[in-house]
Ligand binder design. Structure first.
Ligand code: ZN
Length: 333
């Protein structure tokens, strides 16, 4: 068909092969136009958002932070105990994993297992449990380092901790077994209550033998473990079984996390029972909780008074003993 014939038949010029390049150029133009339009829309949106940002006073950083915070919120709300985690338990506990660094503490017969490692491993789980419950936790160490006993007590006292728990493991000949807790030999009620609650809690998890809450120092009731002497708050030293006994080691390894949960719950229970916090975790007293054991004076390295009048007497009350402690019988088993 000639061009003439084509025009006659279709009423327009035929499209020639060379003319297809015209179509290509046309598409190029459309693409360029689309890009220009996109850039224009982007620019307009930018300007509008900048104006909106200026009016809301937030700026870019806050508009970015909001979705991030919302995302974090929706993440945690999926957890079961979200409301429990969100609540603050308004008290401080000091957790002391005994020994550390060059001081390995007790060890098993083969010298393959050291007390310092067991104490730290347990303490870290207790810390995490308490922190998850909203308790403020102060650690005397959270790694394999040695801390002097004087410094351990100072850490707890300077932090105004309300309760103090020292974690240890016993050692003796292989036929000794069982779990026990040590308290100041003045037999302070609050300290005893903390010790008894912890021992009952780990006993419910399962221990080889309940060797009771004891007063003073092993083999000498006239003296005290330093952490039970120089700390101002109710304190106890927990002996988590004998590292020299295979069954106690097996129980420790098997139940370590359960013991940690039990100890954490016993600490919170004690804080409630002593009236440091109410059942919602709200603080009820406006000072660090004070043990009725004789109060140690850091500067003079002596007890402040013979009868144990508080070093905090100037801001609590000379009768701190009566104010602090619920006069309830303490169960020691
Ligand atoms: Zn020890």
């Amino acid at each position: 068909m000639t061009d003439e014939e084509f025009r006659e038949k279709y009423g327009r010029d035929p499209v020639k092969p060379g003319q297809h390049t015209k179509v290509k150029v046309y598409w190029d133009r459309i693409i360029i136009a689309i890009i220009l339009l996109a850039l224009l829309i982007f620019g307009v949106v930018k300007i509008i958002s900048a104006i909106a940002g200026a009016f809301s006073g937030g700026g870019e950083s806050s508009s970015k932070a909001e979705p991030a915070a919302a995302a974090a919120k929706s993440d945690s709300s999926s957890e079961e105990n979200d409301s429990k985690e969100a609540d603050k338990m308004q008290f401080t506990v000091c957790i002391d994993p005994g020994h550390g660094g060059d001081d390995g503490g007790a060890q098993n017969e083969e010298a393959t297992r050291f007390e310092k490692d067991d104490n730290l491993a347990l303490a870290l789980v207790i810390r995490d449990e308490l922190t998850a419950m909203g308790v403020n936790v102060v650690m005397t160490r959270d790694s394999d380092v040695f801390v002097e006993l004087d410094d351990i007590c100072k850490i707890a006292n300077d932090a105004n901790a309300d309760l103090f728990v020292s974690l240890h493991r016993n050692s003796a000949s292989a036929h000794f077994y069982g779990f026990e807790v040590w308290v100041n030999n003045h037999e302070p009620k609050a300290d005893t209550q903390l010790a008894a609650n912890i021992l009952s809690a780990i006993d419910r998890v399962g221990i080889s033998d309940n060797r009771n809450v004891n007063y003073g120092y092993i083999g000498d009731s006239q003296t005290n473990y330093q952490v039970n002497r120089q700390t101002h708050m109710p304190s106890c030293l927990v002996e988590m079984g004998f590292i020299t006994n295979d069954e106690d080691n097996r129980l420790f390894d098997q139940n370590r996390d359960s013991y940690a949960v039990a100890i954490a719950e016993a600490v919170v229970k004690t804080a409630e029972e002593l009236g440091i916090i109410d059942e919602n975790g709200t603080r009820l007293i406006d000072h660090p909780y004070l043990s009725t054991k004789p109060q140690w004076d850091e500067k003079t390295q002596t007890y402040l008074t013979e009868d144990g009048v508080s070093v905090y007497a100037d801001f609590i009350d000379p009768n701190a003993e009566d104010k602090n402690v619920k006069r309830e019988d303490v169960k020691t088993q």
